[in-house]
Design a protein around this ligand. Sequence first.
Ligand code: AGP
Length: 611
Amino acid sequence: MCGIVGYLGQQQAETILLEGLSKLEYRGYDSAGICIQKNGELSMSKAKGRLKNLAQELEHHHLEGHAGIGHTRWATHGAPSDINSHPHASMSGNIAVVHNGIIENHNELRSKLQAEGIEFRSATDTEVIPNLIEFYLSKEGGLLKAVARTVKELKGSYALGILSKGEPGQLIAVRKDSPLIVGVGDKERFIASDVPAILKYTKQVVYLDNQEIAVLNADSMNFYDYDLNPLAKDIHEITWTAELAEKGGYDHFTLKEIHEQPKALRDTMTGRIQPGNPIRLDELELTEEQLKAYRRIYIVACGTAYHAGLAGKKAIENLARIPVEVDVASEFRYRNPIVDQATLVIVISQSGETADTLAVLRDAKAKGARVIAVTNVVGSSIARDADDVIYTWAGPEIGVASTKAYLTQLVAMYTLAMKFAEILNISQGSDLDELKSALLNLPEKVEEALAMNEKVRAYAETMFRVHDVYFLGRGLDNVTATEGSLKLKELTYIHSESYPGGELKHGPIALIEDGTVVISPVTQSDLVEKMVSNLHEVKTRGSRNLILTMEKHLDIVRDAADEVFILPDTHDLITPVLAIIPLQLLAYHVSLLKGFDVDKPRNLAKSVTVE
Ligand code: AGP
């Protein structure tokens, strides 16, 4: 899941491409490169590693020109290296391409082109694209036709930016499955994988849909389908500001986003939750009859979003008494699930571009199911393809580890569960009102939890050198334990696992020895005793227990704890919103103490747009 950017206009493209790539580096940071077009010539500069390596290279050798394409890479085919960095040129150098996605039939196409005498420089799947375009250039007569012929042969996912020596001042962009937008400026055009890359220059964007081609010149743009039928496209106004995509005085995006959670919750609840009033989800038209007609509800997502789905299941089953199955998208799509017109599928995705989740959405719709999407990015593929979209208003999330988006996904799922309960007239109005009030008080409570930052940092100093950490939880606390474990893995590379407290005796307790760090949220009133006895079991084997709980449970948990973090009190159903805060901060501080890049952890990327 790479980041691509392109520019055509009056300004020097090099600066704009580097600026854009710096806003896309969260998508992949194995290597970076740009190609600039000037007077019909194409000049490239690319470097392995972080974008700053490329910037240093360009410091010594600037590339002049008003048209260019750029790329920051998350390696899938061909190890990170200078030669495997994008852009990739055709053998003659006449065509240059940047690509985000995977060409699944690249071996076959490579053999076909090699049989035509074409030599390859890199080990990437991408390099077949410029060579295939050049192969068809003479046959089809013109770049656009050659591109259209080429993309019909490509299998897989791709967002492309294409420049050629033969078409000065023209940039062609193509999209299939990987995200791509066109930015519209005054006598300038942009392409980008994501909005933050061009927000500094324009708020006017065109969303490319699947299998669409854009032919851009500085002061014009035309859109076509793969058969080169012209397409009319709308220009949309982006509501985010460039500042939102900046660090705002924080050392890291991840810390900024952790501290933005109170606002993200308020923005996501505003206009939807009001005690004494029914839940307002105008974006969801669902009658009692329709809801009752669904024999099955699935919640499907990946990573952190999947964890929000686990909490969503609990909320829907508790409040609306409808059975819900939750699954990870990469498993769901290949287990031949029972999906038909009587199925409601809820997909959750911060980016709205995660390939497995998007595929589940499309498969389900193809089988007649209704799909509700909970997503954070307006205009994302999942938002555009779903039947209904519930936006989480967390704002741009740049840190690879998801924090504020997770909290808004939890609240969106609670809101949906209450909506279902009201439609079915299941839960008592008073119970729902109590929950609504508790939800509306969450932003202040999150502020309180954030005030634990110093205490968490001090605890981090006592354990950041450990090799293993075990998270234990029961019920909704197991959701928090699982998400807390993922945050620690992602940001600190410490081996950590989470287990339901009751599962310990069935094996995992064998892992516990003297000094083993165990972290456990204990917030579910009906499960406190059960969980505390599990914690005594591990303490007996020498574990060091950190317990996260409310004041009201302190007397019960105290003896099983070596360290206690007191959480603000709230409704049992929504404690995952508060209990995760100190665990986000812990992962952040341990990462810092280990000297890692918090915002760009190794081997990860923000949006997983390939399978
Ligand atoms: C979470 O911190 C990770 N970045 C990752 O697990 C993420 O939640 C997952 O890739 C799903 O992404 P999405 O919400 O954008 O679909």
